[in-house]
Design a protein around this ligand. Structure first.
Ligand code: SF4
Length: 444
């Protein structure tokens, strides 16, 4: 399972600087490439590169403009090449997008869904349609997840959030600047005020006069559960619900319904810390930060290949032996995907002296790939398909493994309007698909 992308766009006097800073604050959403598009001399210019924002972009190369959009990327489709980094522009419009257009392969030979978006919009515009009308036509035909920013040379940003609202998208103001971003925490950290979420199925136009909002589509909302469990920053709110509070509650409910006899609770840093804290508070078992993430490590699941991922795993965690020696450890994580990381951690804890290791997971068992913006391995590689919790415990060498149920997860997050497809196999898509075909297109 791999991270997807983050988008940030600004209309206002400080546009390009704020977009650059905003991308740095969304770095957790994609670390393979970064880019910014802006308007200069009546044309769209784009600067992009591979790596983290600070490596990929040189602020000196980015022009000063009142209109810009940016992107940090993990490639959910396509390879990690500079040509495929976003934003993608044709000189007149530029697109920057978070999600996956699940049906893009039905529209011809586009190598990525971003190319499909740009190609579709360009064709509509050259046939005489306005950008707004072209964007609505795109929403009619596209299936899947998209939080999409379109920058136009005419001096506006058109933003769309797909009708299911799979990915977050938030409006805000920073001084005189109008801002749109994947997460509200980035807007607040830049000293801004959050106006609110872009609603599922809504189109928002940002120009120098302000925001114009229009509901284009209505479908049952199914926001990605993993935005709460793992992806988003804990200091973000998604559709009015605090990510941090959700994670604490995931841990509390885990402790209540899936207790374990242990001496200490140990989080797998970083995203499972609040879940472990909730578990510790509810169970009364002390929390110990006995796993140390090496500062230079990237999250293994956003690494582009198995080889890269395994290299990262080797150097990812250190163990505080004095904290775990002779202890019964309750190891808390947000999810298990292939099981490589968890198996390695259990082995490390036991070799460092842990008497027992009980694994508790703050999400339901993942059994199906995602085709809505998160890069998953194929179904056969998901450890959840091994069978029971006892079989998974045996496979990873743990004394026990327990997961939350789907109902318990919904209760913790405090909403039922969530996508749960990777747990249940029910995909909330508009179209009907041959799932094995989707797997061959999207899963790795
Ligand atoms: S399938 Fe899972 S990861 Fe994908 S959108 Fe749904 S909840 Fe999120």
């Amino acid at each position: 399972m791999k991270e997807h992308c983050g988008v940030f766009g600004v209309v206002g006097p400080d546009s390009t600087r704020l977009t650059y800073e905003g991308l740095k604050l969304l770095q957790h959403r994609g670390q393979e490439s970064a880019g910014i598009s802006w308007i200069e001399n009546g044309k769209i210019k784009t600067s992009k590169g591979l790596g983290l924002v600070g490596e990929a972009l040189n602020p000196g190369d980015i022009g000063i403009s009142s209109f810009s959009i940016g992107h940090v990327r993990y490639s959910t489709t396509g390879a990690t090449t500079l040509q495929e980094a976003q934003p993608l522009d044709d000189g007149e419009i530029s697109v920057s997008f978070n999600g996956t257009i699940t049906n893009h392969f039905k529209f011809g030979r586009y190598s990525t869904d971003t190319e499909f978006i740009l190609g579709f919009l360009s064709k509509e515009i050259s046939s005489g349609r306005s950008l707004e009308s072209s964007a609505k036509a795109f929403m009619d035909v596209a299936d899947g997840a998209f939080s999409l920013l379109i920058l136009s040379v005419s001096g506006e940003i058109v933003a769309l959030r797909d009708p299911r609202g799979f990915r977050p998208l938030v409006l805000g103001e920073i001084g005189e600047n109008k801002v749109i971003a994947s997460e509200d925490s980035a807007i607040r950290q830049l000293g801004g005020r959050v106006v609110g979420s872009v609603h599922p199925g809504e189109m928002v136009i940002l120009n120098e006069r302000g925001f114009y909002r229009e509901k284009v589509h209505t479908l049952q909302t199914t926001t990605c559960s993993f935005e709460y469990i793992y992806f988003s920053r804990p200091d973000s709110e998604i559709d009015g619900i605090s990510v941090y509070t959700s994670r604490i509650k995931l841990g509390e409910i885990l402790a209540e319904h899936h207790p374990a006899k242990g001496d200490i609770v140990v989080p797998v840093p970083d995203s499972s810390r609040p879940i472990a804290l909730g578990f510790s508070r509810a169970s009364g078992i002390p929390l110990e930060e006995a796993l140390v993430r090496t500062v230079t490590s990237k999250r293994s699941f956003i690494m582009p290949s198995n080889e890269a991922r395994n290299d990262v795993l080797k150097e990812k965690f250190g163990v505080v032996e004095s904290a775990i020696n002779e202890k019964r450890v309750i190891l808390v994580d947000d999810s298990i995907v292939r099981g490589n990381t968890m198996k390695r951690l259990v082995t490390s804890l036991k070799s460092a002296g842990a008497k027992e290791v009980h694994v508790r997971i703050g999400s339901p068992m993942i059994k199906y790939p995602c085709y809505m913006g998160i890069d998953f391995p194929k179904r056969s590689e998901l450890i959840g398909n091994l069978g029971s919790e006892a079989m998974i415990a045996r496979e990873i060498g743990a004394d026990s493994v327990e997961y939350l149920s789907v109902n318990e997860m919904e209760q913790a997050i405090g909403r039922t309007t969530l996508c749960k497809a990777c747990f249940t196999g029910y995909y909330p898509l508009k179209g009907r698909y041959d799932l094995s075909n989707l797997e061959s297109v999207f899963a790795r």
